[in-house]
Write a protein that binds this ligand. Structure first.
Ligand code: HSE
Length: 433
């Protein structure tokens, strides 16, 4: 049987999942592929911490270079995370002629262009299925199954932690801060949890899907990103009353004049597929010009789902090695066909949910609506109830028809100067899917 040697850098949660799968599913992998995956070395800077699997002593090392430089290793799995040392490990492995499998979305979002260029130069593969949507096969789908399509749009719930927080707030009426701790305890969160709740992790993943779907390496810092810190249980209750749920969506839409892209909390209609994705689950809704709407759903985080995607990539590369056929997974841009310049958020047109905090005085609703009207924003519905916010303040909730964001921002600037406005206005975009 053909033997393919694999080295693993990073024996953390996902790394341990990889070790577990390679042990427990050895037979099924061998019978499906005719290949034996031989995990020959495992590198981790901390060999003493408690782990769900035992690391075989004769295989472990503290020095990742022991395996990067080992000529017998065919595939290096990088599960260190981050964009500093992980970048060195990946580039050094490629330079040493090794195929690489990584789950590192931050690394690819920031340095994907350089990594794929180096891989193409050396004729090696880079597998990155686990970088987006954990165990969901969205990378393979985008590279292969959707390859006949012009991708029209992507709407993804791609951060399990923030989806867990929003779902729990919706279900129990809790406030954001109370749920965050629980999500961290469940082990879904990034090392820096602000990446989860401020939308950065979802934006890393979005930039990878944009690279594959629209053939462009966006400058990551240019992607507009908003998180869920400002979402209150009050907004969730009003959204519910209006027939919506609040989700943190990563969105990319192809337009003639460019690419609309961003990560932000969004109202989605209850009963639609994305609205029903709850807990730490992820879902990616992709529309192609030939295939129409599709949705992939599954666990976007966690030890075994993410390890499943990592080992899937290792198997795919091992199969190519066995066939002596290097099948480059390097994304190839579409050339000039697609206009992928990023459209400014101020230029997008959508419907909005607005919540004003005002003093309970006569005439304030009229003043707000006339300012919106003056800026060409028409109103779909208004809710004003005596739900007191404390200090005699009341919320006014308005749903708009489609409006240009720059007009909305001008109106909100004008309204914020009214004496009766006593707090920051919360505005949330609405996506009709
Ligand atoms: N922190 C990420 C999440 C893990 O919550 O979805 C997977 O990237």
């Amino acid at each position: 049987m053909r033997v393919v040697n694999v080295g693993l850098i990073g024996a953390g949660t996902v790394g341990c999942g990889v070790i577990k799968i390679l042990n427990q599913n050895k037979e099924i992998i061998e019978s499906r592929t005719g290949i034996s995956l031989n995990l020959t070395k495992i590198a981790d800077s901390d060999l003493n911490r408690k782990r769900p699997v035992k690391l075989p002593k004769r295989k472990v090392t503290k020095d990742a270079r022991d395996l990067i430089k080992d000529n017998s290793i065919d595939i290096v799995i990088e599960l260190v995370g981050g964009t500093t040392i992980a970048k060195d490990f990946v580039l050094e492995s490629i330079k040493n002629g090794k195929h690489v499998v990584t789950a590192n979305k931050a690394l690819l979002a920031h340095h994907g262009k350089a990594i794929f260029a180096e891989a193409a130069k050396k004729g090696v593969e880079v597998g990155f299925e686990a970088s987006v949507g954990g165990g969901i096969p969205i990378i393979k789908a985008t590279q292969e199954s959707y390859a006949a399509n012009n991708i029209l749009s992507i709407h993804g719930i791609m951060n399990g932690t923030s989806n867990y927080i929003l779902s729990t707030m919706t279900e129990h009426g809790y406030e954001f801060e109370d749920v965050l701790k629980e999500a961290q305890e469940k082990g879904y969160a990034e090392a820096d949890p602000s990446f989860d709740i401020d939308g950065v992790d979802a934006a890393h993943k979005l930039s990878i899907l944009i690279m594959l779907s629209f053939g462009t390496f966006l400058n990551f810092d240019k992607i507009p990103v908003e998180g869920i810190r400002n979402i209150t249980s009050l907004d969730i209750a009003y959204a519910d009353e209006l027939g919506y749920q609040i989700k943190l969506l990563a969105i990319a839409k192809s337009r003639e004049d460019g690419l609309e892209a961003g990560v932000y909390p969004t109202l989605v209609k209850k009963g639609t597929q994305l609205a029903d994705v709850s807990g730490a689950f992820n879902a990616i809704y992709v529309v192609g010009d030939a295939v129409g709407p599709t949705m992939l759903y599954g666990m976007g985080a966690g030890m075994m789902p993410t390890a499943s995607a990592v080992v899937g990539d290792v198997i795919q590369i091992a199969k190519h090695l066995a066939l002596e056929n290097t099948h480059l997974t390097t994304p190839s841009p579409y050339g000039n066909k697609i206009n992928s310049s990023l459209i400014k958020t101020s230029e997008i047109t959508t419907k909005y949910y607005l919540r004003f905090q005002t003093a309970d005085i006569p005439g304030i609703l009229g003043k707000i609506t006339s300012s919106l009207g003056k800026h060409n924003i028409s109103i779909e519905s208004v809710i004003q109830k005596s739900r007191h916010l404390g200090g005699g303040d009341v919320p006014i909730v308005i749903m708009t028809h489609e409006a240009k964001e720059k007009n909305l921002l001008s109106a909100l600037k004008e309204i914020s100067k009214f004496k009766a406005i006593t707090g920051k206005t919360n505005f949330i975009r609405i996506e009709e899917l």
